[in-house]
Design a protein around this ligand. Sequence first.
Ligand code: CTP
Ligand code: CA
Length: 277
Amino acid sequence: TVMAGRPRDLEGRKVVISAGGTREALDPVRFLGNRSSGLQGYALARTALARGAEVTLVAANVSLPDPAGAKLVRVESALELRDAVLAAAADADVVVMAAAVADFRPAVRHDSKIKKHSGAPEPIELVKNPDILAELGERRRAARQAAGLDPAPGPGVPTGPGAVSGSGAASDSGASAGSDRSPGSGVSSGGAPPPYPSVIVGFAAETDDVLANGQAKLARKGCDLLVVNQVGEGLAFGTPDNAATVLVAGGSPVEVPRGPKEDLADIVWSLVTARLA
Ligand code: CTP
Ligand code: CA
């Protein structure tokens, strides 16, 4: 794919992209995983680099060539991915969550290989992983509301001790307020307020009621854009092509016909730059 000829409209912007799929360990040799290849996330990284961005690529179990010029952070589990994304998001303009994050992980990670013994297998107990995308959206919502930028405060929102220095939606890295109340969160209990990115993008693969499920997810997660993939029929997992609908908070959906994942990536970056402006 030709990378030249793109606008340099992400020059000076820091973007964080998660890619691939998390693995949740059962023991030293086994895990629960998913079929995400990382192709879409890597296409987002290459196109963002071509458009001038400074890219941190948080890659979960991806075996693809490193995009030249990206800062690559390799992770395995959802908890590791959360730590890496939140750390990189601290001074980022944009976060794109293209990774397939396991919703659950085994409650126990055995230190030794599980043996089959004799008789019936042990059931695997699962616990919920933190929702990283929702956490980013919640940080931003709380900070904007504390800054008086959000006219519709939600219930039970803390107006914490953090002073807010942000002046608006455009360059608000580091400006935040309130405490991190996310379940499972291990950061900032009473310390500096957590920072958040200006533009937050999620991905969703839906099999049924694609648009209705997507709109509900966009609202629930508080993101700006939600790229809803149509899965099945040879699309999405492990293929070079994608077909999607990009849902836009406060705007009309954008249909992206079947084509290279780079084309979808470029449409996402164009929608992102419009929101950064
Ligand atoms: N995501 C996340 N953290 C999780 C689960 C998902 O950040 N623990 C992000 C994904 O990276 C993706 C978006 O949320 O960008 C939507 O993921 P999806 O699995 O479609 O949404 P869920 O809220 O997990 O809903 P469900 O799986 O029940 O459809
Ligand atoms: Ca999920």
